[in-house]
Design a protein around this ligand. Structure first.
Ligand code: PLP
Length: 383
């Protein structure tokens, strides 16, 4: 993303700025990777539910992956075809299930045997049949941050492999449920392909095992998780989709009538967004200098929540040129010690009023923002 200071200087901060051209190029790259292949990509709405962004992704022909009733409603409003929507979640309420049934979504990713009973009851009440993909916990370590791994036995997500037989039999016994496939999601910000290879091998075993019993899965949904390069957003603005899809398609033994579904969130929207903020104070401590921004952890929660790091750029100093490099802790104004964007950051000498960009903030940025400390939600703009 090229951040042009002249276009940004007048904006009221903090504000999320999105690069429309980069998002379009990213969507185009995904499309070119899957053209003519039995692949359907669902955009994981929770990564960024900005209505304009969702509209662009829906307009490009992608499906949606939702994790709440609210997201289903937002996805339909943004123009995603209902039959292209899938819905996962360990704690779907009856109301949320009803929202999905009434909208006519494509399939539910079911996370427990307990959930099947309720789904069937709601479907019966509505005179509907629900397509069910069983979310399997494959017990694979995605080697990512422990808060964003989801495919281990100790995680709350999915159905344990040892309970899968029972879950499949339960679906078969229920009048208003139809088994359509298997679903997996092993974690997020995965930057190497090995965990996906392991996942494919597990899936092949399951397809083969159940085929012998006469059970076929139309939908093989591998979830999301492809990571982005937070350290080098300019060198790698578009994630390695070709390697990702090649890995999946070459390792998975898909049969006739089987479609690979992916639920990509971060990799679609992560690099197209930056959080812009102004420097409120440069505070001199004892042996330490703080850059205090007008953006805080309520605007961008990832650093406080996961210890994540977003590249920090002083756009004003870059335009001034020639300022000496200094070392700062870059912090927000919130009354929490975890409200830190970077420790010992090397930045050109920074002044009050300088415009700062927190890069790669398009995913899990705006969508996680809150009004903590009674601050307004950050604004956003597509450029
Ligand atoms: C969050 C989530 C995704 C998207 O994950 P990314 O790492 O953003 O690609 C996909 N599927 C499910 C079920 C999720 O919960």
């Amino acid at each position: 993303m090229t951040l042009d200071l002249s276009k940004l200087q007048g904006l009221k901060t903090p504000v999320y700025v999105y690069d429309r051209a980069l998002l379009e190029a990213t969507l185009q790259e995904i499309k070119s990777c899957i053209e003519g292949k039995p692949v359907m990509v669902h955009y994981a709405v929770k990564a960024n539910c900005n209505p304009e962004i969702m509209k662009m992704i829906a307009g490009a022909g992608f499906g949606a992956d939702c994790v709440s009733g609210g997201e289903i409603k937002a996805a339909v409003a943004a123009g995603f075809a209902p039959e292209s929507i899938c819905y996962a979640g360990v704690g779907k309420t009856d109301d949320e299930i009803l929202t999905g049934v009434k909208a006519g979504i494509g399939f539910f990713n079911v996370e427990s045997i307990e959930e099947l009973e309720i789904l069937n009851a709601v479907a019966k009440e509505e005179g509907a049949v629900i397509n069910v993909a069983l979310r399997v916990n494959p017990n694979i370590d995605a080697h990512t941050h422990h808060y964003i791994t989801t495919g281990l036995e100790e995680n709350k997500f999915g159905i344990d492999l040892r309970l899968l037989d029972k879950a499949i039999k339960t679906v078969a016994s229920m009048s208003n449920l139809e088994l359509c496939g298997l679903h997996f999601h092993i974690g997020s910000q995965i930057t190497v392909m090995d965990p996906f290879v392991l996942l494919c091998e597990k899936i092949n075993g399951l397809i083969e095992h159940y085929r012998k019993q006469g059970v076929e899965f139309k939908v093989i949904d591998v979830g999301g998780g492809l990571g982005i390069d937070y350290d080098n957003p300019d060198a790698n603005p578009i994630p390695p989709f070709k390697a990702y899809f090649d890995t999946l398609l070459s390792h998975l033994h898909l049969g006739e009538g089987q479609t690979l579904h992916c639920e990509l969130g971060r990799s679609i929207v992560g690099q197209c967004g930056s959080l812009l903020s102004k420097v409120t104070f440069v505070k001199e401590g004892i042996g330490k200098k703080f850059v205090i921004l007008d953006a805080g952890m309520n605007d961008l929660m990832r650093p406080a929540l996961y210890g994540a790091h977003h590249n920090i750029e002083n756009l004003s100093a870059a335009a001034r040129q020639g300022d000496e490099v200094e070392v700062y802790d870059v912090v927000g104004p919130i009354c929490e010690s975890s409200d830190i964007f970077g420790k010992e950051e090397r930045l050109p000498a920074t002044r009050r009023g300088d415009l700062i960009a927190l890069r790669s903030a398009g995913a899990y940025g705006e969508s996680m923002a809150s009004t903590y400390n009674m601050r307004p939600l950050p604004a956003s703009i597509l450029l």
